[in-house]
Every structure is written in C-alpha cells, then in structure tokens.
Design a binder for this molecule. Structure first.
Ligand code: GLU
Length: 551
C-alpha cells in the first residue's frame, strides 16, 4: 500500500489534475493586465467594506485591460443566508460594477473559468486533494472533536501554541496501512495538509499595499477538505485563484496573517503564487475612538443603506476612491468634470492603516454629483428611487414636464444649485413647488427683518397690484422690486442701506425675503425669479393672497 493507493481509496472517482490544468489555461491577456476577483461569502448583507474591495479590484483590472470576476465562496453552508448570492450580485449591479466573469444571478454565470460558485467545484478541490495525498502532502485525519479539544487543553495548560502541528498532529504519523484500515472500518475523517513548515523559520512577504512583512513559517496541518467533502477557505483559495488565473488577490487585511499558509499551499501544489494586496478596513470615529464600521451598530455599514437613502451611486464610488488613494482629491480638483474611470488609480498607494469614513464628506460629494446632472437625469434618478422608496414623491413626479422645470431651476449654469445630496432629499427640496403640498405644509411663515403684519401686507398687495408681470425678464423683475422698495421707504440698494442705516427701515433684500417667504414658506430657496417662472401667474397670485389671508 502506498500514497497512491490511499489517494484512490479516498477519492476513487475524481479526475486527474492535468484535466483541469488544460481546461483552465493561462489567460491570453496583454502584458501587465491584472486579473482580480471579488470573492464574498453569502453569509450576510454586503458590507460597504466589501464593495470597497470590489471597487478597488475592478478599477485596477479595468485600468490594466485585465479581468474582474465574481466568485461566490459558499463552502460554509451552515452560515449561508437566504438570497445571499442575489444580494451580492444585485449590489454590484446597483453600483454599476457588474463583473466581466462569474455569477450574474444567483444561478447564472458567464466566463470560461467557472463554475464560479465554490459549492459547484467540489470535484475540482477533491482532484487536487487527491493529488496532494498521492504526493504525501496531505493525509486523512481521524481525530474526533473530543480528541481535538483534549489536545487544545493540554496545549493551554502547558502554555504552548495551540493547533494541529508537529508532535500534536496525531494522525500525521499513522502509516498508510493504518490509515487505509481505519477508512475501511468506516471511521470518520477529514483531509489535512501536511505542512512542511517550521515555526522557527521566517518567511518574507511583499504585500502590494502593506509592503514588506515577516512572518514565521506555517507549520499547522490545516484541514483542506471538511467532513462534508467541501474545502476550507484556504484550500479553495489556492485552487480557485490558481485555476481562475487571478494575478492579484485583493482582500481584507484580516487575511494577512494567513499569507504564510497560503504561500505554502501554492508552493506545495506546484502553483505560482499570486500577488497579494491586503486592504485595511474602513473605520469610524465613535466619540473619539477609531473602530471598524460594524455590521451590528452602523446602518451605513450595509451597502443597501446607500440605495435606500438614495445616495447617488457615483457619489459613493467617488467617495470610496477618495479614501482609497489620497491623490484622488487633487486630481478631482484639477479635473472637476472627468469621469472617475479616468483617474489613474494606484493599488500600491492605498493607505496601510484604515481610512476614516466620513458621511458629511460623502454627502458633499453627493451634492456635487447631483449638481452636475441635467434636470432630466435628476428626474430619472429621483423617479427610480421614489418608485421603490417613496410613493408620495413618485406621485408628485407624475407630471414629468413640470418636474423637469422644477429640477431645471438653477441648473446647467456656472454655479448650479447644490441643495440635493441624495434622492431622499428631493421631496423636501421641491415640495413647495407643488401647490397642494405647499398649502398642506405651510402653517407659519418665517418672516425675518420685515415681520409686522402691516408692512408685509403693504408689500404683497402693492407687488401684486402694480408690479408683478409674469412676462418680465429677470432684470425688469428685479428693478421692479427695487422700485417697490423705494416707494415704501426701504433702501433700493443694500449698500445704500449700510451707509445710512438710520435713514431706512430695511432694504431691498429684506423686501425680497418677504416675497420669497410668502411665495415658498421658506427663507432659503434657489433663485426666486426662476421659481416664479416655473410656478406661473395663477399659482403666484394665489400664494400671495393666501399669505395675506394668514397674516
Ligand atoms: N470569502 C472570503 C471572505 O469573504 C474571501 C476572502 C478573499 O477575498 O479571498 O472573507
């Protein structure tokens, strides 16, 4: 009996690895093209940190003419959640980051390097596990949970490193005959890697992001095939990223300490190891303490939060690139109108420690992104969001032509309006442009400097009776407000008022505020002339009359 017989006994029906090596050849890509993947487990909602990794991986692949693929790592079937894969696929779609290859629905996939769902790759992993057993680099382990607990306890008492290694690796030294006998007796087993490493030796690793790091060699005989026949993450990673011809493994830095094991696995399998880029987590400032964004505590940790809030997709991506490369901000300043794809993203310039997440900054970017959209684009985005999250807004947007006029206010000029950061802000920002909503909401008018009934009434009445003409151009419109101000004893120019504050009750700006408040119920709005153009004569007069009535 030799290793080969043992391997045949354990995996009688799997193919030879040469089959897979031929089936998944080197990719025919230009020199320098980078192949990356997003490899989430469908065990919970998609975390913003996951989207961040995917964005980085996709950006670098696109930039170099490479490939970005989506692989679903569902080998931990106990932890899998319902619709987990759909959630992942849809999140990428929502952010306009669909992969070049891999899963495109919970069942369908595209690309020649699949299956891209690990649970469908069982026989591939087993073929390589068999190969490892044949080589004497893996072995069946028959230890029960109780035995493993016992080992751990002894190690704890003796204060030595826990794990299944060296002298502690009980099954490692069984003879092939003993192993075969146990299997024939029907004893339960899993398959372990026979690590050639020694803890007292060091390995050097050059991480694309973290730089040079030293580690002790791996000496743990980790499990490679579990009792359910599926691989562990470590083994699947080595097989998949080899066969899928990944050039750069971009993943969370919680895996950095596994690099010695992974490099060893690649080496023992006879594979060329990929480059690794370990990304630091996104952090949050929690009352002065820096901590990881938490799935439990922070709603903004879930990618779905951004969609529900209606934060524009481009704003989220732009913000993430901002924290990914510190040079992004300067680039954006120099190129305010370029698309983010044009940014020269550098994987090796990512920060080594975790970036702080700043919602205020993200919303500022949201405002800028939306300010650059056409009224039509704002309309489409707001409507799409409303359809899913706000029936009332959807209803308001039914009259498309009117809505586009509303969104067109102060848009498309040099200094476009920046009052909308996210689609959920839209309703609040346009409500007063809809008569029924306006009357429903307006209870008290926030008049400012000029706030007595008599003065307000005078201004409004005189304005409607003698000055308002919907056909006036902007200059005439404003000249008339000045004239009206003069007639009622207010300064026609702010400057004039400032020079002689005692001479006047208030100035033209204060008179405008009265008009604005009466018209919109607000002290702060985009350009009043444009607002009036959109509202139209009938609505304007009715609003002024109502304001007088409510004085
Ligand atoms: N399934 C692993 C995880 O979600 C993937 C890590 C990797 O990208 O290799 O953490």
């Amino acid at each position: 009996m030799d290793y080969k017989d043992l391997a045949n006994l354990i995996f009688p029906d799997v193919k030879d690895i040469s089959y897979y090596e031929e089936k998944y050849p080197e990719r025919n890509l230009e020199e320098g093209a980078i192949v990356t993947r997003f490899a989430p487990s469908p065990t919970g909602f998609v975390h913003i940190g996951g989207l961040y990794q995917a964005l980085v991986a996709r950006t670098i692949a696109k930039k170099t003419g490479g490939v970005f693929f989506l692989r679903v790592e569902d080998t931990d079937q106990k932890r899998e959640i319902e619709n987990g894969v759909t959630g992942i696929v849809n999140s990428l779609k929502d952010f306009d980051m669909a992969p070049d290859e891999g899963m495109i629905t919970d069942e369908k996939e595209i690309g020649n390097y699949g299956p891209y769902k690990q649970s469908l790759r069982k026989e591939i992993y087993q073929a390589y596990a068999k190969y490892m057993i044949e080589q004497g680099k893996a072995y069946p382990c028959f230890c029960s949970q109780e035995e493993l607990d016992e080992i751990r306890e002894k190690q704890t008492v003796a204060k030595i490193r826990p794990g299944y290694y060296g002298v502690w690796a009980k099954c490692r030294n069984l003879t092939v005959e003993e192993m075969a006998q146990k299997i024939k007796n029907g004893e339960k087993y899993i398959v372990r890697f026979k690590s050639p490493g020694r803890e007292d030796r060091k390995i050097k690793h050059k991480d694309v992001i973290k730089g040079n790091v030293d580690f002790p060699e791996n000496d743990q005989d980790i499990v490679i095939i579990k009792a359910d026949g599926l691989p562990t993450y470590h083994f699947a990673h080595a097989i998949d990223d080899h066969l899928m011809r990944t050039t750069h493994v971009i993943r969370s830095d919680e895996w950095l300490s596994s690099v010695p094991l992974h490099l060893q696995l690649f080496h023992e399998l006879g594979f060329k190891a990929p480059k690794y880029a370990h990304i630091s987590p996104i952090m949050k400032n929690d009352n002065g303490n820096k901590r990881k964004l938490s799935k439990r505590k922070d709603p903004e940790a879930a990618v779905s939060y951004y969609k529900e809030e209606g934060i524009p997709v481009d704003a989220v991506k732009e913000y993430l690139l901002n924290i990914a490369n510190s040079t992004f901000e300067n680039w954006r300043r120099a190129n305010p109108d370029k698309k983010i794809d044009e940014f020269d993203f550098q994987l090796n310039k990512m920060s080594v420690s975790g970036a702080l997440f700043d919602m205020v900054k993200l919303l500022d970017i949201g405002k800028i992104v939306i300010s650059k959209m056409t009224a039509e684009e704002v309309y489409e985005n707001a409507l799409n969001w409303a359809k899913e999250y706000d029936k009332e807004l959807e209803e308001m947007l039914k009259n498309k032509e009117y809505a586009i006029h509303v969104f067109g206010i102060e848009r498309g000029n040099k200094k476009p309006r920046k009052d909308i950061a996210k689609w959920s802000d839209v309703k609040e920002n346009i409500e007063y442009m809809y008569d029924d909503k306006f009357y429903e909401k307006v209870k008290e008018y926030p008049y400012q400097v000029i706030n007595d009934k008599e003065s307000i009434e005078k201004i409004l009445k005189l304005y409607i009776e003698e000055y308002f003409d919907e056909n006036d151009d902007k200059q005439t419109w404003f000249d008339k407000i000045k004239e009206l101000s003069g007639r009622l004893g207010y300064a026609k120019e702010v400057k004039e008022f400032k020079e002689n504050p005692d001479k006047y009750k208030a100035h033209v700006g204060d008179v405008s505020t009265v008009l604005r408040v009466a018209l919109t119920g607000r002290t702060n709005t985009p350009d009043m002339y444009e607002i009036m153009q959109v509202l139209g004569k009938e609505s304007i007069i009715k609003r002024f009359e109502k304001a007088i009535e409510l004085l």
